[in-house]
Ligand binder design. Sequence first.
Ligand code: AVI
Length: 336
Amino acid sequence: MTLPNSEAILEILVANRTEAGPVAAAVREGLSTRPRRLPPWLFYDEAGSLLFERITELPEYYLTRTERGILAAHSSDMIDLAAGGKRLRIVELGAGSADKTRLLLAAAVEAQGQVLYEPVDVSATALDAARERIEREIPGVTVAPRVMDYVHGLDLDAEGPLEELDERRLVLYIGSSIGNFDLEDANRVLLGVRGVLRPGDALLLGVDLVKTVPTLLAAYDDQAGVTAEFNLNVLARLNRELGANFNLKAFRHKAVWDAVHSRMEMYLESLSAQKVRIRALGLEVEFAPGERIHTENSYKYAPGQAERMLENAGFAAVGCWTDAERWFAVCLGRAE
Ligand code: AVI
């Protein structure tokens, strides 16, 4: 009998540990066929989430500070309009660090004394950190985190129905996270949100608007190279989690404006002909020089489009706020 060598044993161990997981399934699906692609949710492991936080502070990445400016100027109006004279509880999808949310939470505390905040995220660790910080920093907010994948099934009443019938929910979906879905999937996500709301509840949707191409290109390919690092971290993640042997120096970050689809696209471009082995999948992937892996779409919307998206998902668009340059919009939809 021949015993497996240590390399083979490692291969079996890596395969058994990860093959069944969602990362393995997505990578197998995305890299087995051409054009190569990887889903954008792969960005957000621990390292990627930290890199994204750094992106939000970059001078070129106007999205976060522009949306923050809109919220800072209008959060009281947004809260009043959403509440319509009733008590609000606030749900946030993909809460992450919940930084801009504090403006809305503070406005809700101002209006009603106390507010229950239900951040929804796949990461229990991120939610725990948000709970600790928000309860400490904004007295009057009680945080009830919900670990959930809102894309595949939002269930807001898992912990019992709303206590008071005259209470309303306001769901926050800000940061233009909706822009990372194709239009059809975005509609599905919004319909999913509508499906767990009652008439009168509301959705606050933040969307990035179309602007000049140089501004868009700079936001997705910054001088300091943080977005490049964020994009390349996907390959580093596959090395860490699936025993792949991507050489990060053999790929480069590429950001492209697609005027037909009105979206920024991100790719990882192979600098040479190369073969990459992904041990946990027993897969070898060949790349031609210049061949790209498509890692993200980030849709940029026309004025009025967010309102139509809300309406197509069963909401009446009752308010829309923007900045002086009309770079970003935050719109309120009332569930009908
Ligand atoms: C999270 N999402 C809205 C960001 C965006 O702008 O599409 C992710 C990102 N990709 C590159 N930079 C930031």
